[in-house]
Design a protein around this ligand. Sequence first.
Ligand code: M6R
Length: 614
Amino acid sequence: MCGIVGYVGPGHAPEVIICGLRRLEYRGYDSAGVALLPDGAQRLLVVKTAGKIAALEKELALRASACAGRCHLGIGHTRWATHGAPTAANAHPHLSANGRIAIVHNGIIENYAALRQRLEDRGAVFRSETDSEVIAHLVDACYEGDLRRAVAAAVEQLEGAFGIAAVSPRHPGLIVAARRGSPVAVGVGDGETIVASDVCAVVSHTTRVVFLDDGDIVAARAGAVDITSARNLPISRELTHVDWDVGRIAKGGFEHFMLKEIHDQPRALADVTRGRLLPADGATRLSGMRMDAREMARVSRLIIAACGTSYYAGMIGKYLFEDFAGLPADVQQAAEFRYRNPIIERDTAMLAVSQSGETADTLAAVREALRKGAVVLGICNVVGSTIAREAGRGVYLHAGPEIGVASTKAFSCQVAVLAMMAVAFGRTRRLSAEAGRHMVNALADLPRIAAAVLERADLIRAVAEKYARARDFFYIGRGYMYPAALEGALKLKEISYIHAEGYHAAELKHGPIALLDSEVPVVAAVPDTPDKVKTLGNMQECRARKSPIIAIATQGDAGAREVSDDVIEIPPCPEFLSAIPVVIAEQLFAYHVARARGCPIDQPRNLAKSVTVE
Ligand code: M6R
């Protein structure tokens, strides 16, 4: 949610930090700031503004005389307000009262009120309403000439989740960062080092990245890192090669990241399946699962834990595991998991589905499942993310960076991964080679199917513009189309701010049908599946209440056309994968509705790309 960038090296720190903060803009934020140490200066220059990075840049330009000279050290931050309004005073970095320590912080300090009271009793003067400011005062209180030790002593007293970076004018070549529950990555380049909360801010400088684990403290100097535990014991962490090139993080000629990412899907679906399909054997090879056939056969129940769009992909996973592997599967909202007393029997496995791999609730579910002895597999997009690392095994999506807040290509790749896993588990049970071959061939065809939906983008845009002024929408579907309806409604509400509800088509008449009239369009996910006829009946019921009907149906389906005002056609697709083309059509529909309404599509109000707080 918040973003951290720190730089130490031969480059001009303000430039590198602003560029890094821009790369994190997609995560959603409301204010930003930097703390810089111009060469030879005795004091840190701190500049903070409410609003966009452009406002911070403008303010920095006004202070040009103070930072125009050489400057090789600094930290920056984008804030998404939790404690205190999004004002310049509440923006990070926060300084200790004597200006000796500056910190930036992601996460929430749960015991900040008690710490603040204690520090105030000892004379500290606070300037913000944030929980984060206590860290600056606390590090200062622990400082005895060694910044790393001061940070280590301070974090011992913190409760909650954090990623922190700290600098001091007394240590002109040093950034100290620490992590517990909120990601910190350190890019180690040629004579320069970048500390960031997200690899996106690092990859334009270096692809060599060290991901900190909880409890790690790093002393980052130009081109060198030194990782220790809080007790000062040296720790060695693997250097990961992150092959995201900067071009893939840019918009590539599209008006918005979301549109680019929707159009990325044929490529992403080719990448997620590449090398993993074995048509001759009717099987899949997912080596990251690190489970042999015997281990897979032993799993007797799956728990799929996820949030938001990933949760809806998980619902499809449940159907896939039941249909093709005969394996009982529960999908659980990750936020609920650890607060219940979940039953994890021997041979239960958890699948943690998360694009970012950093969602706080999903991570907590993973930890609870590991604690209870379950095998946990991560289904993540971001390589080296916390869930991927803590699960220790799983399957990466290879969708490439997803920058738009609305998840698009990650959903399609999550469904593809879950289908490949269903084949893998299924082949250790009742799925025949022939049936497996049918599934594998269908998976191989996904890039073509996705491209065929995208070819209809102009038509989808026309339909979207026709309905862009509606105030409420319903999305309906059955079977595999039920999660697709939920996902369509989520996409529309998050980027267009239109009230939209996803319902099982049969559930409408148990209440919500009372809301239907000529002002409330219904989007029906009704491709050619065995459930179709029943959904057509439900569409008739909506029509009888005068709701305009928009069908997402298989091309040439006369039955769907007959009961609809508008039809968005998708190519024929086997039922088990049909959510992918349907949801791509829904993504384009939501995008064009939001665009017609002039909404800020990539960074919708109140939302953040990665939800790292509970
Ligand atoms: O990174 P994750 O997949 O764990 O994120 C989960 C949700 O926060 C995410 O899918 C959210 O619902 C998206 N904004 C939906 O577009």
